[in-house]
Design a protein around this ligand. Structure first.
Ligand SMILES: *[C@@H]1O[C@H](CO)[C@@H](O)[C@H](O)[C@H]1NC(C)=O
Ligand SMILES: *[C@@H]1O[C@H](CO)[C@@H](O)[C@H](O)[C@H]1NC(C)=O
Ligand SMILES: *[C@@H]1O[C@H](CO)[C@@H](O)[C@H](O)[C@H]1NC(C)=O
Ligand SMILES: *[C@@H]1O[C@H](CO)[C@@H](O)[C@H](O)[C@H]1NC(C)=O
Ligand SMILES: *[C@@H]1O[C@H](CO)[C@@H](O)[C@H](O)[C@H]1NC(C)=O
Ligand SMILES: *[C@@H]1O[C@H](CO)[C@@H](O)[C@H](O)[C@H]1NC(C)=O
Ligand SMILES: *[C@@H]1O[C@H](CO)[C@@H](O)[C@H](O)[C@H]1NC(C)=O
Ligand SMILES: *[C@@H]1O[C@H](CO)[C@@H](O)[C@H](O)[C@H]1NC(C)=O
Length: 528
């Protein structure tokens, strides 16, 4: 009996643990471009983003710097596409970003070998971290215009019939968005014929194998709105792991429609008002609040698995818009304090400020991965605050955040118990910004000890349970009860009064499966 159970467990470990949306909810994702994050030998290789050429980053480079990523509190890494891309320097440079597939069953050798990618996957799992891989269904690669495409170069699709005929997208026509080619007349990307059942079957088989071959825990899916909607449910099922799709639109209704087809979407409908809100002291926080509240009611199952971000490889870095560090710190806090899975794009923590593509794809090795940096500290505190909230309230992740009305339109107070986030876009020159939390909000008990975990400062509510907080130079505050902080932990431990239950709750189910599977395998080996 015991042996049968152990055998089943061992088989489970061999066939792999498939992480679901639920398994991802409490995670925090570090997004990186493999070519730009770290090269194998940490050399000081030159990397001029304007050249759009390979700079030498690799999967082994990522392995070498997992301490840096995990040290900030991230427990998942999203890597750029892994498949073999077209080789050569085209109209828009080389395929260093990975979005120009040539052969989806082979790997991009610039980043390493199959063994290197498997080693990255194992190294992450050994730390209890998840691997998210970026995949593209919509298109293959191109180095020039449609006349330069040679279908025979591609694999496993190698005829014109496997692709839609070339046409440039009319963005007012959804069929055109799905069937025409993204790009421009100098370089447009061959659009896979996902109306063909043979193509669909091949893609579904492919994604299941890719997930299995590299023990992938989740997928970031590119250009989802460019493929017909009814393609996605079967693809997501074939993947068997969490699928987070890119639907680039500020239209909530349009984007939300995809949350019933794949697990979740990158939260672009909130990203637009988020950046606008903190771009200057004139931004509208009420527009952000309304957009965010709408995601809670329109995303299928709520916003708890949406991917929240401030930056990514397609958009100008936030510091190319404003250098005011108070606005930056407020904007950075958002993905960590609202419903959803926070995602941080590599380099943001080092203060990189490239404007759009290709300048927002800087090589990180120029920073020497320094950790004594204000925004590295900031993001470390944000991750730690969220983890403390998760540990102290088992319903944290499923409790929808609410806004506590403020008189001052330059402030937001977001309650997601036990976490209270106080944000403002009053800017670094402001001296008079404050937040008011009425006793009627019933967030605190009388005399409860509170801590602003971004500065490790005690915060004291009035005897009636109301709270008035004065901002310092327009900086955000994240308030947690001292009892939610671990006396032996690393977040404001001098003020903490709680004891850790983190040992059981911060190590995800996946780690236990990996650990359990390993022990069982050792046990079975001892029997043989
Ligand atoms: C890294 O350095 C080692 C030893 O110096 C060398 O053998 C290897 O080729 C280098 N790898 C890369 C990708 O440059
Ligand atoms: C790469 O291609 C671009 C555009 O065709 C061209 O301007 C650039 O000089 C090329 N670079 C090299 C090193 O060939
Ligand atoms: C195909 O490429 C030509 C340039 O060779 C360009 O003028 C035309 O707009 C492209 N057509 C489509 C549909 O992309
Ligand atoms: C919309 O795009 C599709 C696909 O290209 C095309 O067949 C159709 O004629 C377009 N409809 C309109 C109204 O332009
Ligand atoms: C997965 O591995 C199998 C067996 O080696 C191989 O046939 C298949 O092409 C691989 N698929 C991917 C996407 O790596
Ligand atoms: C938003 O998307 C919905 C659903 O596609 C559409 O009906 C609506 O017209 C769009 N709104 C705007 C302002 O474009
Ligand atoms: C805010 O708006 C005022 C007028 O509308 C403008 O003069 C000022 O430059 C704006 N400030 C910022 C930081 O954008
Ligand atoms: C405030 O931010 C501006 C940039 O927007 C910067 O020039 C200034 O030095 C900052 N002031 C302080 C006190 O940080």
């Amino acid at each position: 009996m015991l042996q049968n159970i152990l055998l089943l467990l061992a088989l489970g470990a061999i066939s792999g643990f498939a992480a679901s949306a639920d398994d991802w909810k409490g995670r925090s994702i570090y997004q990186l471009l493999t070519d730009r994050f770290a090269n194998t030998n940490d050399s000081s290789a030159s990397c001029n983003t304007e050249d759009r050429r390979y700079c030498g980053g690799s999967w082994q480079g990522v392995i070498n710097h997992l301490d840096y990523i995990q040290g900030m509190g991230f427990d998942a890494v999203w890597i750029s596409p892994i498949v073999k891309n077209l080789e050569g320097n085209g109209t828009y440079g080389e395929a260093y970003h990975g979005y120009w597939a040539q052969d989806i069953n082979a790997l991009n050798s610039h980043f390493g070998t199959e063994d290197d990618l498997k080693a990255l996957s194992s190294a992450l799992h050994a730390r209890g971290m998840f691997l998210m891989v970026d995949v593209v269904v919509n298109h293959f690669g191109a180095l020039g215009d449609n006349n330069t495409v040679n279908y025979a170069d591609f694999s496993p699709f190698s005829t014109a019939d496997d692709f839609h005929p070339p046409c440039l997208i009319d963005y007012t026509n959804q069929s055109s968005i799905e069937q025409c080619w993204i790009g421009d007349s100098n370089s447009d990307l061959p659009d896979l014929n996902t109306e063909s059942q043979a193509v669909v079957d091949t893609m579904n088989t492919w994604i299941g194998q890719l997930v299995h071959n590299y023990s992938v825990d989740g997928l970031r899916v590119d250009t989802v709105k460019h493929v017909r909607q009814d393609f996605w449910p079967n693809f997501a099922e074939a993947a068997g792991v969490f699928t987070l799709g890119e639907v680039l639109s500020d239209n909530l209704t349009y984007t939300a429609a995809y949350t019933g087809l794949i697990n979740a979407v990158l939260d672009y409908p909130t990203w637009f008002p988020l950046t606008a809100a903190f771009t200057s002291t004139n931004g509208s926080l009420s527009a952000l609040k309304n957009a965010a509240a709408a995601t809670q009611s329109n995303y299928k199952g709520g916003a708890s698995t949406a991917g929240l971000f401030l930056e990514n490889q397609d958009q100008p870095r936030f510091q190319s818009i404003t250098k005011d560090q108070s606005l930056v710190q407020n904007a950075m806090a958002w993905p960590f304090v609202f419903d959803g899975i926070p995602i941080l794009y590599y380099g943001q923590e080092q203060g990189y400020d490239g404007n759009g593509d290709p300048n927002n794809r800087e090589a990180l090795w120029f920073t020497a991965y320094q950790t004594q940096k204000p925004l590295v500290s900031h993001v470390t505190s944000l991750n730690a605050a969220r983890k403390a909230a998760i540990s102290s309230n088992k319903n944290f992740l499923t409790t929808a955040a609410t806004f506590i009305d403020q008189q001052n339109s330059a402030t937001l107070a977001i309650s997601k118990p036990p976490l209270l986030a106080l944000l403002t876009n009053s800017g670094n020159a402001s001296t008079s910004t404050s937040w008011q939390i009425p006793a009627s909000a019933k967030l605190f008990s009388q005399g409860e000890k509170l801590v602003n975990v971004l500065t490790c400062t005690a915060v004291t509510p009035s005897s009636d349970g109301s709270l008035a907080v004065q901002a310092q130079n327009g900086l955000p505050q994240i308030i947690l009860p001292a009892s939610a902080l671990d006396k032996n932990g690393n977040l404001c431990k001098d003020l903490a009064t709680g004891s850790s239950n983190a040992a059981t709750s911060s190590v995800g189910f996946g780690s236990w499966v990996v650990l359990g599977g390993t022990l069982v395998l050792l046990y079975l080996q001892s029997l043989l």
